[in-house]
Design a protein around this ligand. Structure first.
Ligand code: AFP
Length: 298
């Protein structure tokens, strides 16, 4: 059984390996804290969302452990108004706890990370690696450093590094089976409504659980499309470009898929603020290019 440490030794630069190993180790602590941090706090994040205890806990433990590696120049977070500074060169953008509204319903949760080579905000073209943790029936770490998409699963009680290889070089099947789009049908822009009706008429299955990483895992394994579209009352969508959309877009691309905002590659977007949002459609490249053509009219 190949563990994360030895796998990274052969395939990733030392600084990125240090960050991925730190995230893997810290995700264990977040998972253990979940049962005790289910309540909401009085705090709100820079996007005006009420913070759950776990949002605050995960933010603090990931930010401090990443800074402690010494290779991080700054950590920007969905839960912090200003980035925390470090002595290193890598600029980290994170959604420390994705899907916190799913805690009370015991549905999958996640943590998303983007590693940028330049100061934030930056476009996805400056991403050198990205990763996400899934807290589901399994605790998994999925990442890319530009050489394919790999997933490791945590095995409790294992000597040494508990994360062992579960899937190497994952690719998004081009034959799509599932779809999941956020927002309500009545608020979708017309091309999206037309697109979803055609997916339904093709017999594709609806898979939408309200946590980006959980829904993306469906697409990664079965092929299809996940998205949070432009809405009539929210033309810039809901998902944050820097913390959520761009890091996951790199993983989709490295798995043979594509990610669009409806008119262009999400990785080309330069966010105009740390918490800037974007419409997002990602998954099997044929399907994403289809909805992109419908929305942009060409
Ligand atoms: P929370 O972290 O506030 O639960 O939001 C989760 C999320 O950012 C993303 O993970 C989901 O895909 C999307 O929002 C769910 O949004 P809706 O609740 O509007 O469907």
């Amino acid at each position: 059984m190949t563990n994360l440490e030895s796998f990274l030794k052969e395939r990733a630069p030392a600084d990125i390996s240090a960050l991925l190993l730190t995230i893997a180790g810290t995700s264990f602590l977040v998972r253990r804290a979940l049962p005790f941090t289910t309540k909401l706090t009085r705090g709100v994040n820079p996007s005006g969302e009420t913070q759950a205890e776990i949002d605050v806990y995960a933010n603090e433990i990931f930010a401090s452990s990443l800074i402690a590696t010494g290779v991080v120049g700054e950590v920007a977070s969905e839960e912090m108004a200003e980035p925390r500074k470090g002595r290193g060169k890598i600029h980290v953008a994170m959604d420390p706890l994705d899907g916190s509204s799913n805690i009370s319903t015991n549905n999958p949760l996640g943590s998303i990370f983007g590693f940028y080579s330049s100061a934030l905000p930056a476009s996805g073209e400056h991403l050198v690696a990205s990763a996400y943790v899934t807290y589901g029936p399994l605790l998994t770490l999925t990442y890319t450093t530009g050489g394919g998409v790999h997933t490791f699963v945590a095995v409790e009680g294992r000597e040494g590094n508990p994360f062992i290889l579960m899937e190497e070089n994952a690719t998004i099947p081009e034959k799509p089976e599932v779809f999941g789009l956020g927002g309500q049908r009545k608020d979708w822009i017309e091309p999206v409504e037309r697109f979803v009706s055609s997916l339904e008429s093709r017999g594709m299955k609806l898979r939408y659980g309200g946590t980006f990483v959980g829904d993306f895992n469906q697409v990664l394994h079965y092929g299809g499309i996940f998205g949070y579209p432009a809405l009539k009352n929210k033309p810039r969508g809901k998902l944050r470009t820097l913390y959520e959309a761009a890091p996951m877009a790199l993983i989709a691309k490295q798995a043979g898929g594509y990610a669009s905002d409806g008119s262009r590659d999400v990785l080309s977007i330069l966010p105009d603020a740390l918490a800037a949002t974007t419409p997002l459609y990602l998954g099997s490249s044929g399907l994403v290019r289809e909805v992109e053509a419908l929305i942009s009219g060409h």
